[in-house]
Design a protein around this ligand. Structure first.
Ligand SMILES: [Zn+2]
Ligand SMILES: [Zn+2]
Length: 313
């Protein structure tokens, strides 16, 4: 997995890649604008050039933008939904100009209208956003699963699958799986057997080929707690083993994973080091059964992911 975190762009977008480099990141996630305000200044040519130069200089491979927290693409009130749709479309255009290839967003909340109506309304907004940004074909819309807090949709894999099916344009949209949100929404990623089952279910209901990114967060709340509360890796109710398992899962080797933990800059550097250290080098075939115990320090699981179920948890 390619590793990074949600870095700060205080003082200018070009500072994001610098912070990314300081924590040893391959990839970064940023807010391209103030995420708590509706108004956003358009990206100037100069800002775009400076940002792209900074990415190259700091060797940051890919950037994911996190859309504003204010958006509710599923809002039952058409005026509120249109306002969110316009801001989302502007974000896609900002990303296109900055060379940002992934734009992450939360699906939204139904606020009493019900999940089915919300997903239908949200999918319509996403379809339009794609159709109205023909010059941003290299910007992928990345729908994130939610913890199921309040009336937020997107906490069931069925919801994610339904969004993809209704939106269409599958080359323009993908899924970001947040480990904390998944666990809080009731998916047992913690145990070895649970891990295998959760990804089998994801594959059946969404399709693993549509998974484009991870948010790597431990959880402050219990399995099924339905609340969005991130914890530092290994310090929460999920535990570090899940993250070691993800790092050794060949299905996810090429995907970006972004930390959104409360660890902060110094902590993220440590977490990234810890994640990289958890990668097991595949032993030469004859040596498999003789792998020394020391190689499994830190609670890391065995490297292969396919036969977990059979071995039991
Ligand atoms: Zn997240
Ligand atoms: Zn979250």
């Amino acid at each position: 997995m390619l590793l990074g975190a949600h870095v700060s762009v205080a003082g200018g977008l070009e500072n994001g890649p610098v912070e990314g480099r300081s924590i040893g990141a391959d990839v970064i996630q940023v807010f391209t604008r103030n995420q708590r305000q509706w108004a956003a200044k358009p990206v100037t040519d100069e800002e775009a050039v400076t940002f792209r130069d900074s990415l190259a200089k700091q060797s940051i491979g890919a950037v994911m933008s996190h859309a504003s927290y204010l958006l509710n693409l599923c809002a039952p009130d058409p005026a509120a939904r249109r306002k969110s749709a316009a801001a989302f479309k502007a974000e896609i255009e900002r990303c296109a100009k900055l060379g940002v290839t992934l734009v992450n967003f939360h699906p939204g909340a139904h606020l009493g209208s019900g999940e089915a109506a919300a997903i239908a309304a949200g999918a319509e907004v996403l379809r339009e956003a794609i159709e109205e940004t023909p010059d941003a074909t290299h910007v992928k819309l990345v729908l994130e699963n939610t913890a199921g807090q309040g009336s937020c949709v997107g906490h069931r894999f069925e919801h994610l699958g339904e969004f993809l099916e209704k939106v269409g344009y599958l080359e323009r949209i993908g899924i970001c799986l947040d480990t904390q949100h998944s666990f809080a929404a009731g998916y047992d990623l913690k145990s070895e057997a649970g891990y295998a089952d959760v990804f089998a279910e994801f594959d059946a209901k969404v399709g693993l080929q549509h998974l484009v990114a991870f948010h790597l967060n431990d959880s402050k709340v219990a399995h099924g707690g339905r609340v969005d509360r991130h914890e530092c890796l290994g310090k929460g109710t999920l535990g570090f083993e899940l993250f070691a398992r993800l790092m050794n899962d060949p299905r996810f080797a090429a995907l970006p994973g972004f930390l959104e933990t409360p660890a902060g800059v110094a902590g993220w550097k440590r977490e990234i080091e810890q994640l990289r250290a958890a990668v097991m080098v595949a032993p030469a075939s004859a040596a498999v059964t003789r792998a020394p115990k020391a190689a499994r320090a830190g609670g890391a699981p065995a490297p292969r992911s396919g036969s977990r179920r059979a071995k039991g948890a």
